[in-house]
Design a protein around this ligand. Structure first.
Ligand code: GRF
Length: 213
């Protein structure tokens, strides 16, 4: 799990898949941060997980930083990478070497609102629904085959904070839901689209852990 800050999504993943969960389909072998002050590191330590900090500022190139991360990740025995609020752009080399084995959560219904300030931009655009997306990582920022999405309504009177809080709550359900699908081998990427192999996933509403709005 790669983080840079608060780590509330990390916490949701720890709650779902941490060492305290018997029979978890995911084993978290490393929580890696590019910032020593990331609050998520405390959450990881509290759960008894291995942590590491690799400060991007100690490297002169992105490639050197990504290589150092890659070594640490592989040394921990990881087979899969989950970005959870990791705020650095990744090099093509790193992304390619984890192709279809690295996922990210983005606080918008992609392909709408890639990048930063998604809640502000959603309010400015006047959309009636906003939400979050878990997707495989590709070199372009916030692009990649979509695994699952959660939609929330934009309500009259919402400001950036209220909307962000509603989306974050949905994120905390969505990320464990999506990672579980992948870990249980139910997700296939074909021609840059995801298909979910599961008996009773007839409607896309079933894929929305927030439930129909
Ligand atoms: C979340 O909104 C996530 O979607 C985005 O960064 C934020 C991280 O929050 N990629 P947290 O660190 O998980 O609390």
């Amino acid at each position: 799990m790669l983080i840079s800050g608060r780590g509330s999504n990390l916490q949701a993943l720890i709650d779902a898949f941490g060492p305290q969960v018997p029979g978890s389909p995911v084993r978290i072998v490393l929580v890696l941060s590019n910032r020593a002050d990331a609050r998520g590191l405390e959450r990881a330590a509290r759960a008894g997980l291995r942590t590491a900090v690799i400060d991007h500022k100690s490297f002169s190139t992105r490639d050197d930083f990504d290589s150092a991360m890659d070594r640490e990740i592989r040394a921990a025995g990881a087979e899969f990478v989950a970005l959870a609020g990791f705020m650095r752009l990744l090099t093509a080399r790193f992304v390619t070497s984890w192709q279809d084995r690295m996922i990210n959560i983005h606080p918008a219904l992609l392909p709408a609102f890639p990048g930063l300030d998604t809640h502000k931009r959603a309010l400015q655009a006047g959309v009636r629904f906003h939400g979050a997306t878990v997707h495989f990582v590709r070199h372009e920022t916030d692009i990649g085959p979509i695994i699952a999405q959660a939609a929330v309504p934009v309500l009259p009177g919402d400001d950036e904070q209220t909307l962000a809080a509603r989306v974050l709550e949905a994120e905390h359900r969505l990320y464990p839901f999506a990672l579980r699908l992948v870990a249980e081998g139910k997700v296939r990427v074909e021609e840059e689209r995801v298909t979910i192999a599961a008996a009773n996933f007839a409607s896309s509403a079933v894929l929305n852990p927030a439930g129909p709005v």
